[in-house]
Design a protein around this ligand. Sequence first.
Ligand code: UDP
Length: 271
Amino acid sequence: MFTERKEVNAMGRTYKTVTVMDIDFFNTSMNAFLKHIVYPDLANGNKCFIVTANPEFVIETRDHPEFKKVVQSADYVLADGVGVVNAAMLLGQPLPERVSGIDVMYHMLDHAAKQSYSVFFLGASEDSNKKAVENAEKIFPGLKIAGRHDGYFDPADESIARMVVDSNPDIVLVALGMQRQEGWIADNIDKFDKGVFMGVGGSFDVLSGKAQRAPKIWIKLQLEWLYRLIKEPKRIKRVLRVFEFMLLHTPIVKNVIKMFGFNKTRPRGKS
Ligand code: UDP
């Protein structure tokens, strides 16, 4: 069964979610999400906090209760990983497709350029941030840049948030890495009157050309994580968490866990 959740922040919308390890994933396709949520929110000046979560991200929420609360406070959590889509299928609650953060970002930039919405780029190294903005302006002619800043600042430094608020952006893309970027959005979103906020991880590094996305065939074969591991071997610890997630959602392992009663879902907010 799908769980229905009533949205309180964005226009009191009701929408279907699929719960994987206490995280409510929005049951949507990329096109439906853009058409029915992002574009109307931009047009109406609504505020909205989007999280894109992959298996590693979900494991991180399990291990960090404060982070879990931040993710649960988001308006929409998207399934940014085939692992999550597969897990939902095994739970008998299929999600239509993977909705990857970087693709949502590209669609939003395209839409922003066409509709004159302004974008703030917050995060990544100074070089990568600058180049990402330059490339975005080339790829999406007419794109309005509200402002930009690298991601290496003290989170307690109020002046950064003030600068972003003062630029009055319609879209705020935050590339500070998992946890830090969602924490920044949760801590600061109340200071804004409008804006679509999304954590985009390493997407500025891809947009700037500093990092490459896996070739399509790797993505098709569900091996994007392996490609990233080969490119950045120091990610090995993170990849192990993907395996942990996969194991937890392998039917035989799941059943053993269930049999021994290790899978009791903790009540929300009491993790
Ligand atoms: N980053 C940042 N400030 C920090 C730590 C990281 O701006 O204090 C940036 C980093 O330069 C990179 C992005 O955040 O551009 C994180 O990329 P990663 O691929 O690790 O994203 P994740 O997988 O954590 O979402």
